[in-house]
Design a protein around this ligand. Structure first.
Ligand SMILES: Cc1ncc(COP(=O)(O)O)c(C=O)c1O
Length: 276
């Protein structure tokens, strides 16, 4: 795979295509990232992703390169890997830190762009709720940091039960998000998604769905998901993925009419504008 690291294209098999073993993201999870879907060789919703990257980086005090540099880097990596449809990852790390501890010690951030093909998601997925809460009041709540070990543990737990995604509640027992997705559900006729104050990542797909559908933001208890008339996950790579089962209990309508409507509205948006 050809990646872009700090201004240069390099093969991941070559020394130039690697980062330092002292990189602070590797040692402490000190870094931020974005995942974008590539449609027809174009990374989708670049402007929104770059905006969120800056917000995440600000929260960690990391400097981000100029937008035009990142846009050129993304185009070069898509081209170099010949990816028509796929996924692109943009990562900014704390950089090589000689302290070997939590102190970044004045390291310069490392910027990495990588791009590759993507396996299609199943048409629908079972989910399980997990017993570990998201901390909606934590220092990196809502930040797309590379500290994803909690997500790895939760997703492994879900996979062990034959489900495709794990769903977190927050510290007060309300629905929060999945390990790599936001959640929408139909309750009492309303299409609802948890507000950002509940602690989920401000998903770009979530944000766009709030603009193109009649979804509303509302706190709901975690248990409400299993009682929903229908529900779906949203993410850049999934777009809209209906939920078939919650904790082993089938939802009544898969995909339900509101999920279909949302998926169609999102597809129509992508078809008319690749940087909405
Ligand atoms: C924890 C988490 N929540 C939500 C999302 C969905 O965000 P987006 O729609 O920007 O892909 C992601 C995406 O990977 C995520 O990692």
């Amino acid at each position: 795979m050809i990646v872009w690291i700090d201004g240069r294209l390099a093969d991941t098999g070559s020394p130039e295509g690697r980062v330092s073993p002292l990189d602070h993201a590797l040692l402490t999870g000190d870094g931020v990232f974005e995942t974008l879907k590539v449609c027809d060789r174009v990374p989708f919703a670049v402007t929104r992703h770059l905006r969120r990257l800056r917000r995440s980086a600000d929260a960690l005090g990391l400097a981000v390169l100029a937008d035009h540099v990142l846009r050129d880097a993304m185009a070069a990596v898509v081209e170099a890997n010949g990816v028509d449809e796929g996924r692109l990852r943009l990562t900014v790390t704390g950089g090589a830190a000689t302290t070997l501890g939590s102190d970044r010690g004045g390291a310069t951030p490392t910027t990495i762009v990588a791009c590759g093909p993507m396996a299609p998601w199943p048409d629908a997925t079972a989910v399980v709720t997990v017993p570990w809460p998201r901390n909606e009041r934590g220092a990196i709540a809502g930040v797309k940091s590379v500290s994803y070990a909690e997500n790895v543990v939760a997703l492994t737990h879900a996979r062990g039960q034959g489900a495709g995604e794990a769903i977190f509640g927050n510290t007060v027992g309300n629905l929060c998000e999945g390990t790599g997705s936001n959640v929408f559900l139909v309750l009492g006729g309303d299409l609802v998604t948890p507000p950002l104050s509940a602690g989920p990542l401000a998903g770009i797909t979530r944000e766009l769905l709030l603009e193109v559908s009649d979804a509303v933001e509302h706190d709901v208890p975690l248990e409400a998901l299993a009682e929903a008339d229908e529900a779906f996950l949203s993410s850049s790579t999934r777009e809209v993925q209906p939920i078939s089962m919650v904790d082993g209990r089938p939802l009544p309508s898969v995909p339900g009419p509101r999920s279909k409507e949302a998926a169609e509205a999102f597809r129509a948006l992508v078809a008319r504008d690749l940087d909405p």
